[in-house]
Design a protein around this ligand. Sequence first.
Ligand code: 0X9
Ligand code: ZN
Length: 331
Amino acid sequence: GLPSGRTSYRHLYEYEYELKELARGNPRLVRAFTLPEPTVEGRDVVAVEIAKDVDNAADGKPVNLLMGVHHAREWPAGEHAIEWAHELVNGYHRDRSIRSQVVKTRNIVVPIVNADGFSVSREAEPNGDFARFDYEMKRKNCRADDSPPQLRTGVCKANPGGRDRGTDPNRNYAGFWGGAGAGLTWSSETFRGPEPFSEPETRNIRSLVSSRAVTNLITLHTYGNLVLRPPGVAAVRAPLEEPVVKALGDRMASRNGYDSIPSWGLYDTTGSTEDWSYWATGGFGFTFEINPGGFHPPYEDAVVAEYVGAAPAAGAGKGGNRAAFLDMLAN
Ligand code: 0X9
Ligand code: ZN
């Protein structure tokens, strides 16, 4: 089973509560904190940092960052991130090898970057007043200020006909912003936003990554069983491909059984998380696409098997993401 023993998808309030409880129960090891900006609907974005003597942030150790749910409907991304936090805390107390890795590193986990979007998707009632695809399959954040009147409904949902209110947080970072693979209009599912870092979600991550000298980040998405590395756009691939980034991606992929490819090999994107962070800060950055298929398949497959790596389900990773995340600590 999972480090937390969980058997079903968490709600947003459960993420917050659990992160704070983890800190309360382990005050020298875990610090819970809220990222600087609330979301457009006023929600907090909660994170934890896990390190020996966690409050001594200037100890110069490598800083790893694991993030989930830039995209609202990609629930397993949040689950794998929070399970990793539990894994490190449990391991610190009970497992010599995990403990020795935790002692050497600092580890930040932000399970739900897009708290507004996730809340809409997770709280959707499939058989209630709201059609499934209007809410449950939402992707973007809840920005509406500059959108055309027909999208300024006051309700943050994925509108019928595929129109989803908001900006795509994974097109809003400054790296190659506004180029190929990003939508220019509010109705696009990959809308880049009015300008780079126009959104609280991306500004929160910018401020975290810039202030903390993050050595390596992984941003979790669903789906495809892929370890993606920058660059995200074919037009710039040749001069910017780095053997060391490929080597790190390949090594993590050898642990979870995913395919390791450059992200432009999936399709062009600009303004994505690691296409900003890698060139802006020099820290390594990867996208994991969890699960062979589906944005939030049944928990047992998408979270338990895919994290632990125990189930021989078709497409499930060899070692599970647990093993790949552990590999990041060994860098
Ligand atoms: O399109 C995306 O943002 C990601 N796929 S998803 O189905 N989760 O929406 C892939 C992004 C890959 N590109 C980069 N990471 N640059
Ligand atoms: Zn995604």
